[in-house]
Design a protein around this ligand. Structure first.
Ligand code: AMP
Length: 113
């Protein structure tokens, strides 16, 4: 079965895409946990941070800088936001395509539990 995030990247299924370039795609989470909840994914299918390697340094850098772009597009650069990347079973990673959650738009609970 094809990866759902690969389908969004390739425009084969619906997704509210905010930005896309050579390396990454950012789209709205279907089940938002905050007023603003965006996912940033590499266009290339990589399962998690564990699949990153030094030859992917440009992609890794772009993923991180895309967080700033998304925050600006969402109007949350000044109010703040939380960045989470679930990796593997203990983190409860559900979709096996590397993704960065950007959450903001309202004050969050303290701590990371
Ligand atoms: P994680 O638990 O870190 O793997 O998070 C996966 C996230 O993907 C969850 O927040 C889901 O709501 C989100 N998600 C799953 N399917 C879709 C989809 N088709 N479009 C947008 N977000 C999705």
């Amino acid at each position: 079965m094809e990866c759902i995030f690969c389908k969004i990247v390739d425009g084969k299924t619906e997704g509210e895409v905010l930005l896309q370039d050579k390396y990454v795609c950012a789209f709205r989470d279907i089940n938002p946990a905050a007023p603003s909840h965006i996912l940033i994914v590499p266009n290339e299918h990589l399962t998690s941070i564990e699949a990153l390697s030094p030859d992917k340094i440009k992609l890794a850098g772009r993923l991180l800088l895309a967080v700033k772009d998304v925050a600006r597009l969402e109007g949350i650069s000044q109010t703040g936001y939380r960045v989470i990347t679930n990796t593997g079973a203990d983190s409860h990673q559900e979709v096996q395509h590397l993704h960065i959650h950007v959450l903001g738009g309202a004050p969050m609970k303290h701590g990371l539990g």
